[in-house]
Design a protein around this ligand. Structure first.
Ligand SMILES: [Zn+2]
Ligand SMILES: [Zn+2]
Length: 124
């Protein structure tokens, strides 16, 4: 039977925050060839290239529920709290999130590095 073709990429997912790109084979909540998996959100999904198992897949990213930018699931780019939020939106609406998430976000803010990075480049 030739009916189970390899899933063809539907397009290219691009994270609009970090620029990560990857071809996705499915967008939605129920990836094909998976046993009754329903994702919590509509996601860009690709077949896991690192395993021959047909029902393994990777979630690449999703759309921010506020600004509908495509963002990857990396913790630098988005967070999931009942919906997907890109970090800029999450930051804008930080007070709407529970304290534990706010604290989590706080930790992600770039910490001021204390090591001396200034170079005295005196070339005169
Ligand atoms: Zn990203
Ligand atoms: Zn957003």
């Amino acid at each position: 039977m030739e009916s189970h073709k390899e899933a063809q990429p539907k397009g290219e997912f691009k994270c609009q925050l970090c620029g990560l790109t990857a071809p996705y084979t499915y967008y939605g909540q129920k990836p094909p060839n998976t046993r009754s998996i329903v994702l919590l959100e509509e996601s860009y999904v690709m077949k896991d290239p690192f395993t021959p198992d047909k029902d393994r897949f990777l979630i690449l990213g999703s759309q921010c529920s506020l600004c509908s930018r495509s963002v990857c699931v990396g913790t630098e780019c988005s967070l999931f709290y009942s919906k997907r939020f890109c970090l800029p939106c999450a930051n804008d609406n930080l007070k709407a999130f529970p304290l534990e998430i706010q604290e989590d976000m706080d930790k992600k803010k770039p910490q001021p590095k204390s090591f001396p990075s200034k170079k005295m480049d005196a070339k005169t």
